[in-house]
Design a protein. Structure first.
Length: 375
């Protein structure tokens, strides 16, 4: 049995590695994706292009503008002088915010009256707009506090307003860098798409070129054929996982606080689901193009409902229940727990159990269907 499995393994590795395009996909694609995610998938907002519309032009307005522009977030890109210009820069997407100070702002402050400032935001991306609004609210609170202190000193009074000293502490991702959260998930994305594609298309390719019949009439038993077909792509997925992990830790300085053997074990368990799904797709596809389309049809909802980019807790309740059968959800939680939190099996077993159950169910059902198809 082992000699027969060894023969099919050697055949599969030779068939994959002798194709220059396939080698490029296997080795270059993961590197390109992690570089793109590392530099482009960044939700940290530290550059807010801003238009300044100051109709007051007084010491008070300039002081407020100084606090905004030297905050490290709001970067003045345009200085405008009319409502039409304000509408234009927002409509064209040239700025994310317009800070407008009307005439009488300084006079109202000197008279002790309420003064108003308008901050117009591009709300196309609601999450970004809310973060910008929070930054602006903090700056305005500081400005108001400074004004109260100044008024108290001018009256010869001591300003002792009560305050709360809030000291926040972020665990696991101390600097709140979004890259640290997203890059570990690239492992799940690469392992999923590559193992699905390689498995489904390799088996369908055997059908197209007519060599599947030769394999069927060979001394190989169905289970040996399945094992010999799936194992090479599992090994390739593990190599890609190691490549992405090494690049993420050494180049992007992603923290890795957990156990490497536990990461390998989680990847192996997860591969049961992806390789099994690829095997199933191969049984319902007649051509490689059909297999590729089926893979992406499966991958997109799996990716969107995994929690990679969108928190599952923010999804509708019915969708949250649906994510419970999504193996990528559990794999992502395991990966992020290993990378960022450094937790072990005592914590992650609650994700391992459903992942293992789903994996064995998928690989068993797919193998049984494949055996019936080749029988």
């Amino acid at each position: 049995m082992f000699e027969r499995i060894k023969a099919i393994l050697i055949k599969e590795f030779k068939q994959v590695l002798r194709d220059p395009r396939m080698k490029t996909v296997i080795l270059i694609s993961p590197i390109v994706q992690i570089i793109l995610f590392g530099y482009a998938a960044n939700k940290d907002i530290d550059f807010i292009p801003t238009a300044i519309y100051d109709q007051d032009n007084t010491k008070e307005s300039r002081q407020l503008l100084h606090m905004f522009t030297y905050s490290g977030y709001f970067v003045p890109k345009y200085y405008i002088g009319s409502q039409a210009e304000q509408d234009a820069v927002l409509d064209k997407g040239l700025v994310s915010a317009v800070l407008r100070i009307d005439r009488g702002f300084g006079r109202d402050i000197q008279a002790g009256k309420d003064a108003s400032v308008q901050l117009s935001l591009d709300g196309t991306d609601s999450n970004t707009a809310m973060i910008i609004s929070g930054y602006a609210g903090t700056i305005m609170s500081t400005y108001q506090y400074d004004l109260l202190q100044k008024d108290a000193r001018s009256l010869g009074m001591q300003f002792n307003a009560p305050s709360v000293d809030l000291r926040d502490r972020a665990w696991f991702n101390e600097n709140l860098i979004s890259r640290n959260y997203y890059l570990p998930g690239v492992i799940a994305s690469i392992v999923t798409i590559m193992s699905l594609l390689l498995t489904a298309m390799a088996i369908v390719r055997e059908k197209e070129i007519g060599t599947m019949e030769q394999l069927i009439v060979s001394p190989l038993r169905p289970l040996e054929l399945i094992f010999g077909k799936l194992l090479p792509f599992g090994v390739i997925a593990l190599v890609q996982c190691a490549l992405i992990t090494t690049l993420g830790v050494l180049w992007f300085h992603i923290p890795f606080r957990g156990s490497l053997p536990l990461l390998v074990l989680a990847t192996c368990v997860y591969l049961f689901t992806t390789l099994g799904t690829g095997l199933f797709i191969s049984t319902v596809s007649s051509t490689q193009q059909e297999a590729m389309m089926s893979v992406f049809l499966f991958y997109m909802p799996t990716f969107l409902l995994s929690g990679f980019a969108y928190p599952i807790a923010n999804m509708p309740q019915m969708i949250q229940w649906f994510t419970l059968i999504n193996p990528m959800r559990y794999f992502l939680e395991i990966i992020r727990g290993i990378f960022l939190k450094g937790v072990g099996m005592d914590i992650l077993w609650i994700q391992f159990v459903p992942l293992l159950v789903i994996g064995f169910f998928v690989i068993t059902m797919s193998a049984l269907r494949f055996k019936r198809k080749i029988a």
